[in-house]
Design a protein around this ligand. Structure first.
Ligand code: 5GP
Ligand code: MN
Length: 345
């Protein structure tokens, strides 16, 4: 694996931006997942180690199953404490944007961040980045932002000084964004990096349990209900659909993050190529759309064409501001339109 991931010029410019800054905001996309939190916390630990006043700020709450992460108690949630977080953001002399490609993904935090007349840095692996940062690296070939960040931190500072906390956070992002190394994870570099992270003393088995063995009993009952009552299979399209209303979420005391991973499960049906999950948001009057696929079915194209969204080839999402019935109709339309690709080989 090459140590020279960024060009010398890119690395120097990033190094200079970090050197020149004292109060750095480190942020990520709305509804942070393991990769977003992993990247935000790993970068924050790195900056703290360098003596910087870094503040991890996320647009809205992150799931309970990531609360164990080192540094999670330092994270400011903008949506929850706007008045307190705004002056902290306003005092920043650099903003580091991790795991997202457009200011729209910052939700309410977009306004105070864009209002800041200070340099911004973007490190991301999503398609079609929006040009809003002075310095950016956008690499869609990376399995996770954490993989990308590992390479950048090693290039800037070497592996030797990397801390245990940084390694734990980077591993968490790599593990969660690849479904525990079950997709997007065929490059040997990924395991070379995992090997290097293990030299920092991380317990990868414990990290796995921290993330995945932390569900409430209600979450399992909700999953059982979804699979037994709500799962609709369309064998003619090698696709399936699950819908979840606000009422159903209340019935099972749904907490943020409880439905994480639900959309992947129907892909285990033999021959399945696409899984669609529609969930009424509990905070805003919208339906969140999640798409997952296998092989070459382009979830991101479908999300962009039908669901006001985007994402990766095999994992994409979007949002609809209609009712559930219309959303289901739209899914049926999308399945029809994409039938040739869904029928596959
Ligand atoms: P999820 O289904 O976990 O919400 O999202 C899966 C992936 O789809 C995310 O990692 C992100 O790349 C993309 N995605 C989700 N929601 C949106 C959205 O509203 N807009 C765009 N452009 N991408 C999204
Ligand atoms: Mn990611």
């Amino acid at each position: 694996m090459s140590d020279q991931f960024l060009s010398a010029d890119e690395a120097n410019r990033l190094g200079a931006l970090l050197d020149e800054s004292k109060h750095i905001i480190v942020t990520c996309h709305v509804s942070p997942d393991g990769d977003a939190m992993g990247a935000v916390l790993a970068f924050s630990h790195y900056l703290w180690r360098k003596g910087k006043d870094a503040v991890p700020v996320v647009p809205n709450i992150f799931p309970d199953f990531l609360k164990w992460m080192p540094g999670a108690d330092q994270v400011r949630v903008y949506e929850k404490h706007e008045a307190e977080v705004e002056p902290v953001v306003a005092a920043a002399d650099l903003v580091v944007c991790l795991d997202f490609n457009s200011p729209d993904r910052l939700l309410g935090l977009k306004k105070p961040v864009l209002a800041l007349d200070v340099p911004k840095v973007m490190i991301d692996h999503h398609l079609d980045p929006v040009d809003f940062c002075e310095w950016s690296v956008s690499r869609q070939d990376m399995s996770s932002t954490c993989e990308l960040l590992f390479r950048i931190l090693v290039q800037l500072d070497g592996l030797e000084p990397m801390s245990y906390e940084e390694a734990v956070c980077l591993y968490t992002g790599m593990m969660t964004d690849t479904g525990c190394f079950s997709y997007n994870s065929n490059r040997s570099d990924i395991y070379y990096i995992v090997g290097q992270l293990l030299t920092k003393g991380i317990d990868k088995d414990k990290i796995y349990r921290n993330v995945f063995y932390s569900y409430s009993a209600e979450r399992f009952r909700l999953l059982g209900y979804m699979l037994y009552v709500k799962l609709e299979n369309f064998p003619e399209y090698n696709a399936s659909l699950m819908t979840m209303t606000r009422k159903e979420q209340k019935m099972f005391s749904h907490k943020k993050g409880d439905t994480e991973g639900f959309v992947n499960i129907p892909l285990q049906i033999q021959g399945a190529r696409l899984s669609v999950f529609l969930r009424e948001d509990t905070e805003r009057p919208v339906i969140r759309v999640s798409l997952r696929s296998v092989d070459d079915f382009p979830c991101n194209a479908m999300a962009a064409e039908f669901f006001n969204g985007g994402g990766h080839l095999n994992a994409a999402g979007g949002e609809l501001s209609c009712g559930m019935e219309n959303a289901v109709e739209l899914v049926c339309k999308a399945l029809k339109k994409y039938a040739p690709l869904l029928k596959g080989k």
